[in-house]
Design a protein around this ligand. Structure first.
Ligand SMILES: Nc1nc2c(ncn2[C@@H]2O[C@H](COP(=O)(O)OP(=O)(O)OP(=O)(O)O)[C@@H](O)[C@H]2O)c(=O)[nH]1
Ligand SMILES: [Mg+2]
Length: 255
């Protein structure tokens, strides 16, 4: 990761509101992190058309303003449950400025599955390894620097219940949106045959996709026959996008 020197915030940047998606497995302390960061400046409602609760809160740090969106806890982003759909659609299609993933330090292995799935969608990710106090108590040592190096994204250790690490977490979030940290997310590499198909489909789809969407991720979803991703891309009414052309290309790729 590359660090550069800070610049004073000017003009529109100072008044802009940065959106952070807060993701993670169930029961890892997402809401505790959320409450710590936003205090009482929050409100809850439902996601449009769903009975899943949506909590949103605001905070400011170093003169920048943030909206934090607490996503439902999920183990994966396969969109097989309403919670997974809500979390995945927000990260993929609502274009948050970054995604903050909260993990449980006492069972990292299980939690990292979701992290790798999110890294397939976006490179604007910060990992918060929470429950560090619990890990300590159980004699589990987490090498935060090594994890950051292996994943290619910033990682911060926290114990959100006591507030430990939250101040550093805010600094890192701020450095990310300020563009002071460049990530190099670790990508899952599949079998050579599958990689060839992914690359071929991604290459052919790229001209038809909005530039903010990761064509490799779309290719992976289409290979899993998850055609509903195309509906979301259509919803965004990108002028370069033509659904019929995209479907034709798809049919050719999948032959
Ligand atoms: N010891 C310890 N407990 C924590 C920490 N963070 C959260 N907790 C506790 O862990 C439990 C779950 O925390 P929540 O913040 O509700 O977790 P969540 O991820 O929002 O859970 P769901 O919304 O149900 O998925 C609560 O009892 C918290 O007080 C921490 O860093 N250390
Ligand atoms: Mg919660």
């Amino acid at each position: 990761m590359l660090k550069t020197t800070s610049l004073p915030i000017q003009g529109q940047e100072a008044t802009r509101n940065f959106v952070i998606a807060l993701a993670g497995n169930p029961n890892v302390g997402k809401s505790t992190v959320f409450n710590r960061l936003t205090g009482l400046k929050q409100h809850t409602g439902n996601w449009p058309g769903k009975t899943v609760t949506r909590a949103e809160g605001i905070f400011s740090h170093r003169n920048r303003h943030y909206t934090l969106v607490d996503l439902p806890g999920t183990y994966s982003l396969h969109a097989s449950s309403t919670d997974e759909q809500v979390a995945r659609n927000f990260i993929c299609f609502s274009r948050p400025d970054l995604t903050l993933v909260v993990c449980d330090a006492t069972c990292l292995e299980r939690n990292l599955n979701l992290v790798l799935q999110i890294l397939e969608i976006t490179d604007q990710v910060v990992l918060c390894v929470n429950l560090m106090d619990e890990a300590d108590r159980k004699g589990i040592r987490v090498d935060i620097d090594m994890l950051a190096h292996q994943l290619g994204i910033p990682v911060v250790g926290t114990a959100a219940r006591s507030g430990m690490g939250l101040s550093r977490l805010k600094d890192v979030l701020d450095d990310m949106v300020a563009g002071k940290i460049v990530t190099t997310p670790r990508q899952v590499v599949y079998d050579p045959e599958l990689e060839t198909s992914i690359n071929e489909i991604a290459k052919r789809l790229t001209p038809y996709l909005p530039d903010w969407i990761n064509s490799r991720w779309v290719a992976l979803r289409l290979l899993e026959r998850e055609y509903s991703v195309l509906d979301h891309i259509t919803d965004n009414k990108n002028k370069n996008y033509s659904e019929s052309i995209l479907k034709e290309e798809m049919a050719l790729c999948l032959q």
